[in-house]
Design a protein around this ligand. Structure first.
Ligand code: DX5
Ligand code: ZN
Length: 218
């Protein structure tokens, strides 16, 4: 199981230190939440901060684009150092072409799906995916409560991927922490994103990552 702390909840005045703290705690990827104030009602990180994150670590950067017309910004995030670029099924006019473009730029391609969007929407692009992201909150803000039905959706996504013999990573994003990590592991997730559970941990972000790791079934 991979743990991908979301820097959305970190102290941006100390971005490098905050990233190195989760790396020391055993983080596998760094999750970068990009929001445009249109697709979601919040504005967050862009390519400049993504580049700052890239210079702070060698871990894979998992760039989650919660933006409209993501196809217009792919090059910027590739240049900034993204390892994975994830677009939203709800935000993209031509999913197949955009995923091809991401691959042709030399990075891995992901699709994220909102809580209300049925899994069937991604059936046609399943073969193109390196990463499938099941949103377990409505995107827009860190620190929201986990939507309970999401665990069943993760399990359904796991069977879908297995049926296609897909080796894509299955990530869960939103409201994830030590209390639901083992359930998500049993449901077949391979990557857990955690923002507030990591960066708001009373003993610091490194302990936040370790606490989630300890909650997993070994
Ligand atoms: C939600 C973001 C998530 C979120 C994770 O819009 O995509 O990555 O910030 O933060 P927590 O773990 O606090 O829900
Ligand atoms: Zn995210």
């Amino acid at each position: 199981m991979k743990i991908a702390p979301s820097i959305l909840s970190c102290d941006f005045s100390r971005l490098g230190e905050e990233i190195r703290a989760v790396e020391a705690g055993g983080a596998d990827w760094i999750h970068v939440d990009v929001m445009d104030g249109h697709f979601v009602p919040n504005i967050t990180i862009g390519p400049v901060i993504t580049k700052g994150a890239r210079r702070s670590t060698d871990l894979p950067l998992d760039v989650h684009l919660m933006i409209e017309s993501p196809e217009e910004y792919l090059e910027s995030f590739v240049e900034a150092g993204a390892t994975f670029i994830t677009i939203h099924v709800e935000a993209c006019r031509n999913l197949t072409d955009t995923l091809d473009r991401i691959h042709s730029l030399g990075v891995k391609a992901g699709v994220a799906i909102n809580p209300e969007t049925p899994l069937e929407e991604i059936g046609r692009v399943l073969r193109q995916l390196d990463l499938l992201v099941i949103m377990s909150v409505n995107p827009g803000f860190g620190g929201q409560g986990y939507i309970p039905g999401s665990t069943e959706k993760v399990a359904a996504a796991r069977s879908l991927l297995d049926r296609q013999n897909s080796s894509a990573e299955l990530e869960v994003d939103g409201g994830v922490g030590a209390s639901n990590a083992a359930d998500l592991q049993s449901a077949g997730a391979s990557v857990l994103v955690a923002g507030s559970a990591v960066y708001r941990h009373p003993e610091g972000p490194g302990a936040g990552v370790r606490t989630i790791r300890e909650a997993l079934i070994s």
